[in-house]
Design a protein around this ligand. Structure first.
Ligand SMILES: [Zn+2]
Length: 264
């Protein structure tokens, strides 16, 4: 009867064991097995963590590169604006030159006119042109003010770009080094994993892999304070006390993970 109960518990509630488990998980399943499975599961967790990081870090690097490009673009925009203002200013200066040429002509014509009327008309035209010139000069002054402001802004941005660029380059370098380190760690963990795998009976290992696949990469959960640390559900007290004895291999009746009690 006791044998029967234990066997059922091995089944793990709603997830019945495959034939492999029934056939092989007899006396062989000892404390060492669950401890080894737990070690394997910890290594697998680390592997998953590192693999996730190795996916995430290149994305972070890409974002940093985009941030750098955005800064450079900001500087380019200011430079383009400055160029446009310079062109505009030159156009206005040419306009003034043209208007001054007109005044010069009027000046020459003033000597040639015969009537008072013509003379007055020319003077009016001259005054009008002088007004136009003044307006253009105001516009040029405004442009120059804008240029000055933009130059200040440009200096600020240049400073910012220089600082940020250095900071970002440093961050990118750190992240690239991190990738290299993680790759080395991953390699070591995989080697370790192979070694541990060799000590685990094949049917047990295959059960382990099945649970791992079904349970988000974690096949062994700690049994702590009467609870499964994998699914946070309460383990029936009788089962829990048997897990502590660790003379058989048990799975959680709720999530199906192997349960490991860590002796204190
Ligand atoms: Zn559980």
């Amino acid at each position: 009867m006791a044998e029967q109960t234990a066997h059922n518990r091995l089944v793990g509630g709603s997830s019945p064991p495959g034939p492999i488990l029934k056939a092989n998980l007899g006396k062989r399943i000892m404390e060492t097995d669950i401890k080894t499975l737990y070690q394997l599961s910890q290594i697998d967790s680390q592997i998953i963590k590192i693999e996730n990081l190795l996916k995430k870090i290149p994305e972070e690097i890409q974002k940093l590169k985009e941030k750098k490009e955005a800064l450079i673009l900001k500087l380019e925009n200011v430079n383009n604006q400055l160029k446009k203002l310079e062109t505009l200013k030159r156009e206005k200066e040419i306009e003034i030159q043209e208007q001054e040429d007109r005044i010069l002509k009027i000046q020459q014509n003033l000597d040639k006119v015969k009537t008072n009327e013509e003379y007055k008309a020319l003077l009016r035209e001259k005054a009008h042109i002088e007004e136009i010139i003044m307006e253009i000069e105001d516009e040029i002054l405004q442009i120059m003010e804008e240029q000055e402001e933009l130059q200040e802004e440009k200096k600020e941005i240049e400073k910012q770009v220089e600082e940020e660029k250095q900071k970002i380059d440093k961050q990118i370098k750190q992240k690239e080094e991190e990738i290299e380190n993680l790759k080395l760690q991953l390699q070591k963990l995989k080697e370790e994993r192979e070694k541990i795998k060799e000590t685990i009976p094949k049917p047990l290992l295959s059960k382990y892999e099945t649970i791992k696949q079904a349970r988000g990469g974690v096949a062994v959960a700690l049994a702590q304070d009467g609870t499964c640390a994998g699914c946070y559900m309460i383990i029936p007290p009788k089962l829990y006390s048997e897990i502590i004895k660790a003379d058989k291999l048990f799975t959680c009746p709720h999530c199906g993970r192997f349960l490991y009690y860590e002796p204190k």
